[in-house]
Design a protein around this ligand. Sequence first.
Ligand SMILES: *[C@@H]1O[C@H](CO)[C@@H](O)[C@H](O)[C@H]1NC(C)=O
Length: 161
Amino acid sequence: MKMAFLFLNAILIASLATFAYASDPSPLQDFCVAVNDADAAVFVNGKICKNPNKVVAEDFFFSGLNKAGNTSNAVGSRVTAVNVNQIAGLNTLGISLVRIDYAPYGLNPPHTHPRATEILVVIEGTLYVGFVTSNPANPNLKNKLFTKYLYPETYSCSQKV
Ligand SMILES: *[C@@H]1O[C@H](CO)[C@@H](O)[C@H](O)[C@H]1NC(C)=O
């Protein structure tokens, strides 16, 4: 009897150990929908979290990227951004999206996206894109320019540092 109890105990301990090592640790929470009410609740990465019980589908929704931006300006381009300010549910998720409209010969002035990577997709026309390495480990690659012409269905990934 004592032997059987020990055996069962061994099985129980073995199965607990399996559960303990079988999965990744869970995140603290799935989302932190941004709200502007400072009394609401918890700060995560600078924004305040909406009470999860009050989150609705609209917190993860945006429409309007089908509308062309007005490119009548000095640089001949218009960036329409979709980030945490348009989709509050993107808060802390590390993802955003933009639509950029260009007039002929329009440009998006050089800029940086610290610790972020972007992917470009051209829907219509031709776009000359590029990035400059800023602080690579290899000194031969310091300030090296990488450029490419993009056409519809051509994708380019650039790491901005
Ligand atoms: C586009 O912007 C220009 C300059 O601000 C403005 O004059 C024009 O009315 C705008 N066009 C549209 C369709 O909003």
